[in-house]
Design a binder for this molecule. Structure first.
Ligand code: 5RP
Length: 244
């Protein structure tokens, strides 16, 4: 079985790892789950980047033979630069395993994603997965979703109306901007609205349904009903699957 192949391993000292080091370890560990012949869905974000880098190494140094489908232009570029054969998401319907990070994951395996702005493509790739491995450091394992905020992707057309409708439903927040103040654009050339109120999503499916019905909203960062296993990295260097 796939999951039994993941070994817990330990850093041989009392040192405490910082978040970046934990992410690197999780990425490396997650890459061990990938086997020759698999079609792999690549997530996005810093943890996913560490995973892709480890995957490239395995392909180049250990003869791993796979095909990948990517959830962002950045992940696609990393895979291509590493010489991994890539598939066009427009032509794929099923992938063997999706490996992606998350901003928060609750005990039901429901998640908030989209911190990196790739939520729509990530959700499409996640929906193709026979299984999804969520790779997170321990700070992202929460009882209730929401403290991170909730990214939604929406069309610029009708922006004022879309935001007024969100506010009428008591969802408040800000349009994501770049450092110099211009609108942040997703790979799909759309905008992101980061909801920062309410602070908790106790019924994520209900919030998703309310938000997604607003014209102009393309996707929410609430992920649920996916065949998820959560691989968690800890500051002591332990990486292990969360008990479901
Ligand atoms: C990008 C995502 C990422 O998976 C999420 O933001 C976690 O990112 P990181 O691994 O950088 O903390 O959903 O849209």
């Amino acid at each position: 079985m796939l999951y039994s192949q993941v070994q817990e391993y330990y850093i041989p000292s009392d040192m405490t790892l910082d978040q970046t080091e934990i992410k690197r370890l999780i990425g490396k560990e997650a890459a061990q789950l990938v086997k020759t012949g698999m079609v792999v869905g690549l997530g996005s974000g810093t943890t996913a980047t560490f995973f892709i880098e480890s995957l490239v190494k395995q392909c180049q140094e250990e003869g791993l033979e796979i095909q990948v489908v990517s959830s962002s232009t950045k992940s696609l570029s990393l895979a291509q630069a590493g010489g991994i054969p890539t598939l066009d998401p427009q032509e794929v319907t099923k992938v063997d395993i999706v490996i992606d990070g998350a901003d928060e994951v609750n005990p039901q395996g429901q998640m908030i994603k989209g911190g990196g702005g790739a939520l729509t493509r990530e959700k499409i790739i996640a929906s193709m997965g026979k299984q999804m491995i969520v790779i997170v450091d321990e700070s992202k394992v929460v009882d209730h979703l929401g403290a991170f905020g909730l990214p939604i992707e929406f069309l610029e057309v009708g922006v004022a109306s879309t935001i007024a409708k969100l506010k009428a439903l008591s969802y408040r927040g800000k349009i994501r901007t770049n450092n110099e103040g211009s609108y942040y654009r997703t790979d799909n050339k759309n905008l992101i609205f980061d909801i920062d109120h309410p602070k908790q999503f106790l019924d994520p499916k209900k919030d998703h349904q309310q938000i997604i019905t607003i014209p102009g909203v393309l996707e929410t960062g609430l992920f649920f009903d996916l065949p998820v296993k959560v691989l968690v990295g800890y500051a002591d260097g332990t990486v292990k699957f969360r008990e479901e």
